[in-house]
Ligand binder design. Structure first.
Ligand code: BMA
Length: 313
């Protein structure tokens, strides 16, 4: 890596998915979870319907860049059970977390009661089972680690607070339903690119040096907020312990479809796919309007966390 090389190399045919690719009426395509399942890339993307509320669609790809959208949405607000009450205003920003033999789907459920996180489960992306509402309001952006730690599942989450800048917390569960033992592990840094708020991004993935977590950070400017992506490295045995956080961002809004759109100046990730060749495909919503992709060398991201890290708390 030289100082001239971008850390994340954008795919040269971005954006990879737009509303024009969707065979039902939507006004945006963004903030998608993604995973490689049976050698196919499966993307679960968020779309605003024309009433301003969000649903989740599915798109598949052989190469991770060229996607075909399924004819029907993948997940729409529940119409029965407790989920119906809490998903009334829409479902947003779904993450696909591969854990044991399942894909755990965590998404924001919006309703008149606020925003909270719902957990669903699938093995094949056909049969989907809603499991539980796993947080109270107000809380967004839950990613579950792929491994258990001393018998417990672990997740990163982001509660809202009026006292403290919005920070990343960790919580644990014996059964995926009851979560607790929560503590804050990473806070925004004052007068830094992520000073306003931070939140979990893509589900963390394993590297030799630790769990790599791509998160988002926000800086408030006179022209509005700017959403960028950063990286943090967590201890493999104790994910509450942060080994290092890159002082610099790894991606900021630069292209026209990141700088302009429904919400300008936003790159926001919900998914990344580590590959066997030492690279990772990173996916992000551009300006809450389109989906974009890029590639990074995993070891470069790890080194950014280890060399000249910023403080965690
Ligand atoms: C956050 C969430 C994301 C969105 C981002 C930028 O608060 O609402 O879904 O991408 O703002 O608008």
């Amino acid at each position: 890596m030289t100082i001239h090389d971008p850390i994340v190399k954008r795919y040269d045919k971005n954006p990879i998915l737009t509303k024009e690719d969707v065979p039902y009426p939507v006004s945006t395509v963004h903030n998608a979870g993604i995973v490689k399942h049976n050698d196919r890339y499966i993307m679960l993307f968020r779309s605003h319907r024309h009433n301003g509320r969000s649903i989740i669609g599915r798109a598949d790809s052989e190469d991770g860049f060229t996607f075909t959208v399924h004819p029907k949405p993948f997940l729409t607000p529940a119409e029965v059970s407790i989920f119906a009450e809490y998903e009334e205003y829409g479902v947003e920003d779904l993450r696909i977390c591969p854990v044991e033999d399942d894909y755990l789907l965590t998404y924001s459920a919006y309703s008149r009661h606020g925003v909270r996180i719902a957990l669903a489960r699938t093995r094949d992306f056909v049969k989907v089972e809603r499991v539980a509402l796993i947080t109270q309001a107000d809380l967004r952006n839950v990613v579950i680690f792929p491994a258990k730690f001393e018998g417990r599942y672990a997740r990163l989450d982001r509660p809202h607070s009026e006292i403290s800048p919005w920070s990343i917390w960790i919580s644990y569960s014996p059964d995926l339903i009851h979560w607790g033992d929560s503590r804050v592990i990473m806070k925004p840094v004052p007068y830094h690119w992520d000073e306003m708020k931070i939140g979990p991004g893509a589900p963390p993935f394993r590297t030799d040096k630790g769990w790599l977590h791509i998160y988002h950070g926000v800086f408030e400017t006179m022209a509005g907020a700017v959403y960028r992506l950063g990286v943090a490295l967590h201890d493999l045995n104790d994910p509450a312990k942060i080994i290092g956080i890159s002082d610099q961002w790894i991606l900021q809004p630069e292209t026209p479809w990141e700088v302009n759109g429904y919400v300008p100046n936003v790159v926001f990730t919900c998914g990344a796919v580590p590959e066997g060749d030492g690279t990772v495909k990173i996916y992000w919503g551009g300006a809450d309007t389109v989906m974009c992709a890029g590639t990074a060398v995993i070891n470069n991201l790890v080194q950014l966390c280890l060399i000249n890290p910023r403080a965690a708390l």
